[in-house]
Design a protein around this ligand. Structure first.
Ligand SMILES: [Zn+2]
Length: 387
């Protein structure tokens, strides 16, 4: 199969490239005889430009948080805050705030994120919104779960305070400088629309099998491993199963929004489910698989007969067993007790995460035969499901 180059180009939800992938996928779904459902979505587009922070004639590189409102201004002072206790006591009105150390340990989940919203994230976000500083600069760096360096503390179109991140090292110099602070934060979020696609083959049974891979990317990454490779495997599996004669209903879902704070496609998909989670026999999610230095690692969630999956794994040289991980689209099903398999790269934590969400996530890291084998494995799993 020829894959379009679009699978290796930036394609966040609502962008032109994202629309082009939607057209390509729905064309393939129809060509292979699937029923195609389209659910309309609302989303936001992020527009951004060069941003800067200056103090005492020294200029610092800053990076706007995705979907942050813009800001331009000169203020006499900047507040430096490194703990929640200190934050509670300060008046932030009319001030630009630098958050550092303890407050910048990890990326914060978007406000009220439906699948996972830790209490400590909520406390910090609520406090900042209550205190309404003019803008927030977060001094961050490398985080083991993100390829971005420095990582964005906020990535949330519903967070109303202009925000950016900068590297923690130069931020230490900034703290000792005096004089007014000039901030240009070149960023805005625009209203846009998109679609969630579902390819369906009706079955004789009420129960269904869902095979999914997210089709969107973060901004500023070609997204070859995350998750062009997953979409390639989804296409291959869809092709291999086009003449499926088993009794289950099949759904192939290129989720549109895994990398987006609003997870729009996922929420729309869950919303339109007339049948409950009990009627899903199996979810297979493919995310960030296909790295050439690894294998495809299969992890199992809520699966009754793990041994029979293990046996299938043994039949494929480039497939191996992998550890559980609760990020990605299988999580929302796994937390509900639905049987799930997740396929990713066996070297995800050692090698792949440092590429994902960065400009380095290019197709030269991919092993196409491994991706094909992953799809063949998925087809075999689906075909082997007992009735
Ligand atoms: Zn991903």
């Amino acid at each position: 199969m020829d894959y379009p180059d679009l699978l290796f180009r930036e394609r966040p939800i609502g962008t032109e490239n994202n629309w082009a992938i939607l057209h390509f996928l729905s064309g393939k779904m129809q060509e292979w005889g699937y029923e195609v459902e389209t659910i309309p979505l609302k989303c936001k587009l992020w527009k951004k430009g060069i941003s800067s922070l200056e103090r005492g004639r020294v200029s610092f590189d800053i990076y706007p948080g995705p979907f942050s409102p813009g800001y331009e201004g000169l203020v006499p002072q900047m507040l430096y805050i490194n703990s929640l206790d200190y934050l509670k006591t300060e008046n932030l009105h009319g001030k630009i705030v630098l958050l550092y150390d303890d407050l910048c340990r990890e990326p914060l989940m978007p406000k009220d994120f439906p699948f996972f919203y830790p209490d400590d994230h909520k406390i910090l976000i609520d406090l900042l919104e209550e205190k309404q500083p003019l803008a927030i600069i977060a001094a961050t760096g490398k985080h083991p779960m993100s390829g971005q360096n420095p990582f964005s503390l906020f990535e949330d179109g519903n967070f109303s305070i202009p925000n950016a991140c900068m590297d923690a090292e130069p931020a230490r110099e900034l703290i000792y400088l005096k004089g007014p602070v000039s901030l240009l934060l070149n960023s805005e979020a625009l209203d846009a629309s998109s679609l969630q696609l579902i390819a369906r083959r009706p079955g004789q049974k009420k129960k269904k099998v869902v095979v999914c891979a997210h089709m969107d990317t973060k901004y500023d990454t070609p997204g070859a491993i995350d998750n062009g490779a997953g979409v390639m495997a989804l296409l291959e599996a869809m092709h291999l199963l086009k003449d499926y004669r088993g009794r289950y209903e099949l759904e192939f879902v290129p989720f549109n929004g895994e990398e987006y704070f609003g997870v729009s496609g996922q929420l729309a998909y869950l919303d339109q489910q007339e049948i409950s989670y009990d009627h899903i026999a199996l979810v297979v999610n493919m995310d960030s698989l296909g790295h050439k230095n690894g294998k495809a690692a299969v992890s199992q969630y809520n699966i009754q007969d793990e041994k029979s999956i293990d046996q299938l794994v043994d039949g494929f040289p480039k497939i191996t067993k992998g550890p559980l991980w609760y990020a990605g689209d299988h999580s929302m099903f796994a937390f509900q007790g639905v049987p799930c398999l997740a396929l990713t790269s066996s070297n995800l934590f050692e090698e792949v995460i440092s590429l994902t969400h960065t400009p380095k996530d290019t197709p030269d890291h991919l092993d196409n035969t491994l991706i094909k084998e992953a799809a063949a494995f998925v087809a075999e799993v689906v075909n082997s499901l007992k009735h």
